[in-house]
Design a protein around this ligand. Sequence first.
Ligand code: PHE
Ligand code: ZN
Length: 885
Amino acid sequence: MRSEQPKTVYLKDYRAPDYLIDETHLTFELFEDHTLVHAQLVMRRNPQAGSGLPPLVLDGQQLELLSLAVDDVPLGEGDYQQDDSHLTLQPTRSEFVIDSSVRIHPESNTALEGLYKSGGMFCTQCEAEGFRKITFYLDRPDVMSKFTTTVSAAQRDYPVLLSNGNPIASGHEEDGRHWATWQDPFRKPAYLFALVAGDLWCIEDSFRTMSGRDVALRIYVEPENIGKLQHGMDSLKKSMKWDEEVYGREYDLDIFMIVAVNDFNMGAMENKGLNIFNSSCVLAHPETATDAAHQRVEAVVAHEYFHNWSGNRVTCRDWFQLSLKEGFTVFRDAEFSADMNSRTVKRIEDVAFLRTQQFAEDAGPMAHPVRPDAYMEISNFYTLTIYEKGAEVLRMIHTLLGAEAFRQGSDLYFDRHDGQAVTCDDFIQAMEDASGVDLGQFKRWYTQSGTPRLVVEEAYDPVAHTYSLTFRQSCPPTPGQEHKQPFVIPVAMGLLDAHGHELPLRLAGEAVADGTSRVLAVTEAEQHFTFVDVAHKPLPSLLRGFSAPVKLSFPYSRDQLMFLMQHDSDGFNRWEAGQQLSVQVLQELVDQQQRDEALSLDPRLIAALRSVLADESLDAAMVAEMLSLPAEAYLAELSEVADVDAIHAAREFARAQICAELFDLLWARYQACREQSRSTPYAADAAQIARRSLQNIALSYLALAGSDEVVDVCEEQFEHADNMTERLAAMAVLVNSPFESEKATALAKFADYFKDDALVMDQWFSVQAGSPLPGGLERVEALMHHPAFTLKNPNKVRALIGAFANQNHVNFHRLDGAGYRFLADQVIALNALNPQIASRLLTPLTRWRKFDSARQALMRGELERILASGELSSDVFEVVSKSLV
Ligand code: PHE
Ligand code: ZN
């Protein structure tokens, strides 16, 4: 908790550190009611930061200082100054050694930052600024040091003692305690430090690197989860291989460890050689984890592993550069997942997520550039913009340079900056140097916030046989940025003739055509491209694969969209055409609903979905994606003022119509899929995952018929499925249905069977929290009292409160404001327990500008109530105060 208003930190104020820490020697003595930390720091004046000996200002928070010495001379109270976040002393030599001892209290640390206890184990989370809660230090990423760590604890309760690097010594003490020493040969910033102590079991494997070294791989968990590790281990080995093949990057230590913990603020953390994971991102077993959970594990394991190069070997100079490691690493893990699974489906999922969530962030009060220039609390900047938009920026560089030059650029970046803490500019420089491409204007993607709009017009000249596209780009104002300069927008595109064939693409002035799909670089506010040799007016396929994170509009008719759905050679754009068609049709229903007219669905949507469903040659995963109507959140994002009730009514009406009109086809495909599920043992492979998504979406439509035969198949799937993907989907269908007794039975059976499995219970909470049926808030309030629920576990908070506020629009946005009041109450409670989680939970309230004036007033009222509720953490204060301007 802060004692004064948090200060804003600016990128322009960056200065190199006055002092460096060459070696860091840590000793932890872990006890049940306190922990003692001794730190020996081998320091020297930074030759790059001026002359003389300025005061040394160490970061430190919530530390009880027990002793302090410089070069073995103990310091007394007059020899240093201390406030609630710093310790300042005056060095007298340019090289010196500091010894400090502090007492800390991991056993009562509910913020889950620094050293804390999760269940029976000790663990750490230091990114971004958690190390200062462990010992006095220069807690900034451009101070890199060699760490040696000794951990001691009671052997019976903490038989496993881990830290970064390699184990170099261990031993026993007389009183039942034991100790272990770890040494990390690589210099690293403090945010990559990790320590774990607990009663853990592990599975072990090994990986032979491309240069022939054998690396020991271990995944540690509490004993009851030992059976859920194989998928994580397989994912790790695939990641290691992929990074060698695609980026030429080899692992560098003799051992790589992952530890699963139940209480964790984020997904996982890339600590050097000792990744710490939220158990939800590493544990997976067919009976308890869905296909989506399996894929998430694969992606997060890869993401953290890839950080070993993009983040650890080459790290960030300061936290404004966060996307340097996160955007790049998300791009890397997305490409990995695309290579392991269906590339098109992966892209569809990522784009749907980006457009719903990141675009909303870019349009809200917390909008910031991929490289922000100011923050109050860095924890608030682990955002969709830094991660997902940052990854899109990397993808655009890849598109503009081509795979080969991009690889040369990444090789140069890793070689040039190995062991350094660098900036986004350094990354771009390497890409430019390797490729010869000037990325000067492109860099605006790093400095300008907001989602660009790209309006496209066409003109066909039947006499000259030319076809022109005019692109007009603009970007709406965002906080602190009224006017924007034009971006570089790569538009991958093609032209289709009346038979759906692709035309060769030759721009005016070019000697020959250059393929049938190409990338136009739109760099000006308004720009024309003219294609020649175009015998008949074509239909353009634009922004293929979503080649830039922009809002593109082209005046397609519904018939043209149906044509693209069938004929576009780009799988992503086939899906996108279907989405645009659905959006148009749903928006028409929303208008009808708002005018109190009878709803009537454009039969072309049914026709389009019928042909998709009937086409047995289409990939089942694509069929499932095509059948999924745009989410309510996406429809809200597209609206000027989001009418949540009309959007819900429109979408439900369309779903009911689809069920009524396509029942037989849906039934047949459902039965065929379920039959295969019954006769083949579960595997989390692409073909089966595709089949189950089709099966489950078909079931969700069928249930809208409300007939006995459907209830029966639902119950059959719920009871007899051999995996969580089918069981949970069947339960969700029942939960969202009017079949009260079947619903109650399923929920009770499920909870009884899985009550001891925290991750499964998270899903049980989520499914109920997301149900749009009336009374949602009351159901969530009741579930808060369920014995498996606790505000202290972030996964539980996300599963129940987060799912309610983010996915259950009609209930959360209740007109009496009770949903808002509930969320604000939880934020206030969590502010004292876990500021990072409190601040994240707030997001839906910050979007108040999207709603009608009555709701705006209610949402603002709750933000004001939070602001007035007492001592706010800097996390919550920043978000609330910025949302109210
Ligand atoms: N650096 C982690 C990742 O993206 C995320 C994280 C940030 C975890 C801060 C914990 C705290 O891989
Ligand atoms: Zn990351």
